[in-house]
Design a binder for this molecule. Structure first.
Ligand SMILES: *[C@@H]1O[C@H](CO)[C@@H](O)[C@H](O)[C@H]1NC(C)=O
Ligand SMILES: *[C@@H]1O[C@H](CO)[C@@H](O)[C@H](O)[C@H]1NC(C)=O
Ligand SMILES: *[C@@H]1O[C@H](CO)[C@@H](O)[C@H](O)[C@H]1NC(C)=O
Length: 520
């Protein structure tokens, strides 16, 4: 803790002491359990003790309550957290209009996301949602998978992995997948080639900025970060610099689009998402050019947030789980071998990719991917703000202006939702009697969110993950340097507490090429 932070801490303590004297009794007289809560300081001691294992702490608390719902108190706010599917359905669908992003998001994420789709409600949200959903129809999806992912994999990812394999080198799979999925997103969303962009400084600034926003979210004393911002010191000073780098990157993208618009050789017209938004913004009324640029900037950053590390984070846990479960790894490989048509003599072995139709036949792989996201949802916890007093279906009372969180991570670990073996990696729970993939009730698996704000990229992300997992597992065996999922690690998984459930220290691995009898 540097001196400035310490000073701010002292100031906050003083504010809190004042608060102690003026505060009346707690507004909550409901029966909903509020574990580990102390007078005045609420859940703070438990939170501070468990910050490094935040999601498991939430899980522990939720599993001890009768309806997987707790009340959370801190100085500055009240709220509830749930892992109960009927409550989740209520928050995200039945009473959608009472649970908004509101100031809870806008306060902590404004500098990063502005008025982008993830940060707003009402008209601004409807408009962006409508345009973006054009991009995610089945036709563009098929195009995306068959052209983009397949050729990108054959040209960059697989040759890179092949090289690493031949050299027996250790590398961070999370990082390689992150770069690859982000570069495909840039093509789909913005129609740009990441190779031509200042990727590394941007990626670092973006990750740091997201982390700072998440610390703001979790901050037990929000005045601390607000004061730091006011005085431009410490983490908030770095954040400001990161935002500058991020804005430059967004401007770079806009500039390259404008150049493209101006060039006469443009063939594919308005194919990507950004072009659609640009076209639209030319029909919208803006106060001035600056507002228009800001509108587009917010859209660009939202799609970066949606696409940058979400699929790669999910895939990293998938490979980690599969490496620790050789039986499942074998079943996945067996299925891939059955679906892969006999190798044709012309094909380069390391460039075997799977087509859209082939991917649809991979039921076991699909099950294994869903199972890994059930246990390790990339967005582990999500949050809403209540507009008015309400009662959840399980009887929990929520007050006006409270936060209402739901934890997808905890829900995957609730015995009453998934049975006694809920903590085990069992792809079979997603297969029916004919070993065909069966989706489950969406409210038991809110990994892509549910209701009107369901993730637009859901199908796209699923297919992309499947395509990558299939191509990589068909050719290679993953050998984690520190071992994969073990029973012990499953009880205490190595993640870092940030907006996305990233693996702590990345995922260092080696690759081993598969022996294929009668092949080569
Ligand atoms: C593949 O390797 C090249 C050269 O080392 C690198 O520039 C590129 O970013 C890598 N691509 C991926 C997807 O890792
Ligand atoms: C594209 O053309 C517009 C006018 O048609 C011009 O204002 C703008 O500077 C041009 N942009 C680039 C990047 O060439
Ligand atoms: C939704 O919330 C409002 C409070 O804004 C409440 O009055 C209403 O009864 C709730 N509706 C349902 C269907 O629970």
């Amino acid at each position: 803790m540097d001196f400035a932070t310490f000073l701010l801490f002292l100031i906050s303590v003083l504010i809190i002491i004042c608060f102690f004297f003026i505060s009346s009794t707690s507004p909550s007289a409901s029966k909903t359990p509020c574990p580990e809560s102390y007078p005045i300081i609420g859940n703070l001691p438990g939170f501070l003790r468990n910050r490094h294992r935040f999601h498991d702490w939430v899980t522990d608390m939720l599993s001890q309550t009768p309806s997987s719902t707790v009340q959370v108190n801190s100085f500055f706010s009240h709220g509830i957290c749930t892992a109960n599917p009927i409550n989740v359905e209520h928050l995200l669908v039945t009473n959608f209009s009472n649970y908004v992003k509101g100031s809870r998001f806008l306060n902590v994420l404004y500098e990063l996301l502005g008025h982008g789709i993830f940060n707003v409600d009402g008209h601004l949200w409807t408009l962006q949602r409508k345009i973006a959903s054009h991009e995610f129809n089945t036709k563009s999806l098929k195009h995306f998978i068959s052209d983009m992912v397949k050729s990108e994999m054959a040209n960059t990812l697989l040759p890179n992995l092949s090289k690493a394999c031949d050299e027996n080198s250790v590398f961070d799979l999370e990082q390689v997948l992150g770069k690859f999925t982000f570069s495909t997103i840039c093509k789909v969303a913005f129609g740009i080639d990441l190779q031509t962009m200042p990727y590394l400084p941007f990626a670092k600034a973006f990750d740091d900025a997201v982390e700072n926003c998440f610390s703001r979210f979790l901050s037990p004393f929000p005045p601390i970060w607000k004061l730091k911002r006011l005085f431009n010191i410490g983490s908030e000073k770095r954040f400001k610099e990161d935002i500058k780098t991020i804005n430059e990157f967004a401007m770079e993208i806009m500039k390259s689009k404008q150049q493209e618009e101006n060039s006469s050789e443009r063939v594919a017209k308005n194919q990507d998402l950004l072009s659609r938004f640009m076209l639209l913004s030319s029909n919208l009324e803006f106060q001035d050019q600056e507002h228009k640029t800001k509108f587009l900037r917010d859209i660009i950053i939202s799609f970066v947030l949606a696409g940058k590390d979400t699929t790669s984070t999910a895939l990293t846990w998938f490979f980690w789980l599969v490496a620790g479960n050789p039986r499942c790894a074998h079943l996945i490989y067996q299925e891939l071998s059955e679906v892969a048509s006999p190798p044709d003599a012309e094909a380069v072995p390391e460039a075997r990719t799977f087509s859209y139709d082939e991917l649809k036949k991979l039921h076991y792989l699909h099950a294994a991917l869903s199972e890994s996201m059930r246990l390790f949802p990339p967005v582990a916890i999500n949050s809403r703000l209540t507009i008015d007093n309400d009662v959840l279906p399980d009887g929990t009372r929520v007050g006006k202006g409270w936060f209402a969180d739901y934890s997808a991570y905890a829900m995957g670990r609730m015995e009453r939702v998934w049975g006694q073996d809920c903590r085990a990696f069992k792809p079979e729970r997603w297969l029916d009697i004919d070993r065909k993939y069966q989706p489950c009730d969406q409210f038991r698996f809110p990994v892509f969110h549910c209701g009107p704000r369901t993730c637009l990229g859901k199908d796209l992300a699923s297919i992309q993950m499947k395509a990558i997992a299939a191509a990589v597992m068909y050719e290679f065996e993953i050998v984690p340097v520190d071992g994969g999922a073990s029973a012990e690690k499953m009880m205490n998984p190595p993640y870092i507490t940030t907006l996305l459930l990233k693996m702590k220290g990345g995922f260092p691995i080696r690759l081993k090429r598969r022996d294929r009898d009668g092949y080569i």
